[in-house]
Design a binder for this molecule. Sequence first.
Ligand code: ZN
Ligand code: ZN
Length: 234
Amino acid sequence: MNIWGDLMFRQVSDNIYIKVSNSFDSNIIYINGGEKQILVDAGTGMYPDALNQDLVKIGSSVEAITDIVLTHSHIDHIGGVLPIIEASSPTLHLHKSEGEMINSGDMRLTLSTTFGVEFPPMKIDNLLEEGQNLCIGNVCFKVYSTPGHSIGSICLHMEDQGILITGDTLFPGGSFGRVDFPTGNPQQLVASLKRITEWEFVIALPGHMNAITSNAKRHAESSYEMARSMFRYR
Ligand SMILES: [Zn+2]
Ligand SMILES: [Zn+2]
């Protein structure tokens, strides 16, 4: 552990690493896409030096990051984009329903004011859509719109590796993201968790808590069961 309590990047597969957070930060996923180097989510950005040091340990650095894909725009995922923009001007990818808000200067969905942070305007370069194939360098993701935690929450499916990146939609052990923030919707969350149970994957990398490194579909099924009994939707 570094002095801030977060864990180092841990290797998930040949080219994928996850830095699990023990703090308010989201988890941060690093993917080596050959000519492109990708982060999925960026944490709060409160500890940019620690992130850089941890990236250096796995052969990268903040300056080397070319792309950041955001699972949604909450401050604990998007805040860390700011120091990286200064270092490397990465291409930013976010679902269009939240990206269009940010591009129009509406930062409400980031919840930054709720947490007392002044968040400057930001330009999302690539507005993602349901069902598209997002290829960055030699890595491709299937983008799924999975609203419920927030309107623009997505999952990223790496079908060839059996890996699903779940953001704040699915967490391990039957848990799932909260639905009480703006644009949160319990009925949509249950429907999104049901969709997740229909995809093929073995490993799930969530936005908080530990990576699920085996039998991830079983976790998805129990999260779906928990959510639909809690919210009484099917
Ligand atoms: Zn989060
Ligand atoms: Zn969130």
